[in-house]
Write a protein that binds this ligand. Structure first.
Ligand code: ADP
Ligand code: MG
Ligand code: ZN
Length: 488
């Protein structure tokens, strides 16, 4: 019998606010900032210090929830989640428990099997913890350093239903959610900086049943690769137990990034272990229908809708639409170029130039789309010149590379380097005659039926033209002159 995995994901995303969730401390890059420089009595948990909710964090949370099609709870409640750990100075984390910000959404994922909707159980607001660095010195000392810069940074937790049935689906969900957060501008998506973290809940069952069997939870997954590897391993381990008829023990596991293995951490805590209770220092959180409507109106076109529109409006294939909508800035750039280059240049030509030549240059230089020194207008202008026959495709590629390197526009480069394509019949005919006169042997071979030699002769003419002759004209004249020599 076949075994089927059942996967649910909990995703923690830091929100892109200027200040922390419950105090005025700035949110700083916790990988580069001097430790403990963005800390105040509230986030360092001094007695008597009181939290105040960050409105922008709530706004961003509501936007994510709306983009996931959730119902927003007009009243939600902050709760204390009590546990003891050195990175948590208060001894509790302010989170939401019984009444979260939003519930019952969906996220559409795309895999090799097609499209599927994954249900989102809940979206809630909470605060991040501090960061611990464990130090082992050469003389055998061990200690831990605490950095509270991250303590109190707004976090959004997005919890799925156990709807995913393969590692591929789990990965697709994670990718789609990161993409959505970036589109909404609420998270940078910089996974190396830990701004998005995954927890995977995994169980297995005999295919055809709908048992929700005992699961394990793998924490500390900070990359798509870690998520894929950890879930793959855990499915294999549990499948083996299921086949042998042995029980899976409910537990929390950690992912050891360096060794690439899951390690059991502790038996899974139950909700009552956290002694949740409503946060007495904060009133219930109210989100009015008017505010929800305002935030709804601010939502951009979402990535999945845009993916479909790109296929319908521009006639792109699914792959091209996927690549061009992966990032909002790329999709915006593409559409600007299309608008500026129409009607002479088709959308599919623009798509090919961006995903081929431009992405190639960006990859080589490690440049993000935001930093590309070619405006959409400038690229459109180059493509129009190619369409008009002013330069040919190959010269166009060289001009694009030069534009990328120097920031100059196509006109300047074409003029400076004298790259304008020659379509003048008389001039091209004179080059053809020179080449044919210089290669009597090849001409004879051609006339004896070896037609492939024409390509060699074509190349010689293009060389004489320094690549700037219109290739269609060259080919036409070359054929005419060869024919004439055969008859003459
Ligand atoms: P907790 O709050 O203790 O982590 P929840 O019941 O809220 O537990 O579920 C957390 C996550 O675990 C959710 O994403 C849910 O979809 C997933 N999950 C629940 N039951 C299972 C199961 N049997 N197999 C896989 N995932 C599960
Ligand atoms: Mg959990
Ligand atoms: Zn603070």
């Amino acid at each position: 019998m076949e075994i089927e995995p059942v996967i649910g994901l909990e995703v923690h995303a830091e929100l892109n606010t200027r200040s922390k969730m419950f105090c005025a401390c700035p949110v700083v890059d916790s990988t580069t900032a001097e430790p403990n420089t963005a800390v105040c009595p509230v986030c360092a948990a001094f007695p008597g210090a009181l939290p105040v909710v960050n409105k922008e964090a709530v706004a961003q949370g509501v936007k994510v929830a709306l983009a996931l099609g959730c119902e927003i709870n007009q009243v939600s409640v902050f709760a204390r989640k009590n546990y003891f750990y050195p990175d948590l100075p208060k001894g509790y984390q302010i989170s939401q428990y019984e009444l979260p910000l939003a519930e019952h959404g969906t996220l559409t994922i795309r895999t090799s099997e097609g499209e599927r909707k994954i249900r989102v159980r809940r979206v809630h607001l909470e605060e991040d913890t501090g960061k611990l660095t464990h130090v082992h010195t050469e003389n055998g000392e061990s200690y831990s350093l605490v950095d509270l810069n991250r303590a109190g940074v707004p976090l959004l937790e997005i919890v799925s239903e156990p709807d995913m049935r393969s590692v591929e689906e789990a990965k697709a969900y994670a990718v789609a959610l990161r993409q959505l957060l970036r589109y909404l501008g609420v998270n940078s998506g910089d996974m190396e900086k830990g701004v998005i973290r995954f927890e995977a809940n995994v169980s297995v069952r005999w295919k055809g049943t709908d048992d929700l069997n005992t699961r394990t939870e793998i924490k500390n997954l900070n990359s798509f690769r870690a998520l894929e590897q950890a879930v793959t391993q855990e499915i294999a381990r549990q499948s083996e137990l299921l086949r042998r008829g042995e029980p899976v023990i409910q537990q929390t596991m950690g992912w050891d990034e360096a060794r690439g293995v899951t390690v059991p951490q502790r038996s899974k805590e139950e909700a009552h272990d956290y002694r949740y209770f409503p946060e007495p220092d904060l009133p219930p959180l109210e989100v009015t229908p008017e505010w929800i409507a305002e935030l709804q109106a601010e939502l951009p076109e979402l990535p999945h809708a845009r993916y479909h529109r790109f296929q319908e409006t521009y006639g792109l294939n699914a792959y091209m639409a996927d690549v061009l909508t992966a990032e909002r800035a790329v999709a915006d750039y593409f559409e600007e170029v299309v608008r500026a280059a129409a009607p002479e240049v088709s959308a599919s030509t623009v798509a090919n130039w961006i995903t081929g030549e431009l992405f190639g240059l960006m990859n080589q230089a490690g440049t993000a789309i935001e930093d590309v020194p070619i405006t959409a207008q400038a690229l459109a202008d180059l493509l129009k010149r190619i369409a008009a026959g002013e330069i040919n495709n190959n010269t166009g590629k060289k001009v694009l590379a030069e534009m990328f390197a120097s920031g100059k526009n196509a006109e300047e480069i074409i003029t400076e380097k004298g790259l304008r394509q020659v379509s003048d019949d008389d001039l091209i005919a004179s080059w053809v005659d020179e080449v044919l006169d210089a290669h009597p042997k090849e001409v004879a071979t051609y006339l004896n039926g070896k037609e492939g030699v024409a390509n060699f002769l074509f190349g010689q003419v293009m060389r004489k033209a320094r690549g700037q002759a219109n290739p269609q004209v060259v080919r036409k004249i070359l054929m005419e002159r060869l024919k004439a020599r055969g008859e003459g």
